[in-house]
Design a protein around this ligand. Structure first.
Ligand code: TYD
Length: 151
């Protein structure tokens, strides 16, 4: 995947950031949810990480990526994910371990409103690579400026 390619931001859309239902297997002994061949999340998982012990009133994220795609799951507790494509934004509350939010390339995301004990699981399409991050919102606005020029 070519890094620093502006197409990832030029054509990004929050419409492709959707919540997908994961299969649930449940009985009296408990539940299992499986992330495998998820419709709407077309990538192979190359990295898994999780956020926990997040203090109340903390805002995580605050970046976009060129190539990285993710699935975000509230394994425990709840939090809000705001996705922004430079022209529009929307906020999704995740509060079920059998729902995953797909976050496409070129999307600025922030995560806040963490409940006590919340655990945020992230399944990622790429290994960790700091050069894939855009951490400056001004630069993100530059990378997505064509969308606003249409208006
Ligand atoms: P960051 O991706 O900015 O976290 P968030 O989006 O959840 O706020 O990462 C925070 C720090 O952790 C940063 O210094 C980089 C480091 N980090 C890794 O070393 N490897 C990883 O896979 C991730 C996700 C972060």
């Amino acid at each position: 995947m070519k890094k620093n390619d502006n197409d990832f931001h030029r054509h990004s859309s929050i419409d492709r950031c959707t919540v997908v239902e994961l299969p649930r297997h449940y009985d009296a002994e408990g539940s299992i949810s499986v992330v495998e061949n998820v419709d709407g999340a077309p990538f192979s998982v190359r990295r898994v990480y999780y956020l926990y012990d997040v203090p109340a009133d903390t805002c995580r994220g605050g970046h976009s990526h060129f190539a990285l795609r993710q699935l975000i799951v509230a394994i425990s507790g709840s939090f809000d994910v705001t996705v922004d494509d430079g022209a529009r934004r929307k906020t999704i509350t995740l509060n079920r371990p059998y729902r995953a939010l797909y976050v496409d390339t070129g999307i600025w995301r922030t995560i806040d409103n963490f409940s006590s004990g919340a655990v945020c699981l992230v399944l990622a399409s790429e290994p960790y690579d700091e050069s894939d991050y855009v951490r400056d919102y001004g630069r993100f606005l530059e990378l997505t400026s064509e969308k606003r020029a249409d208006k």
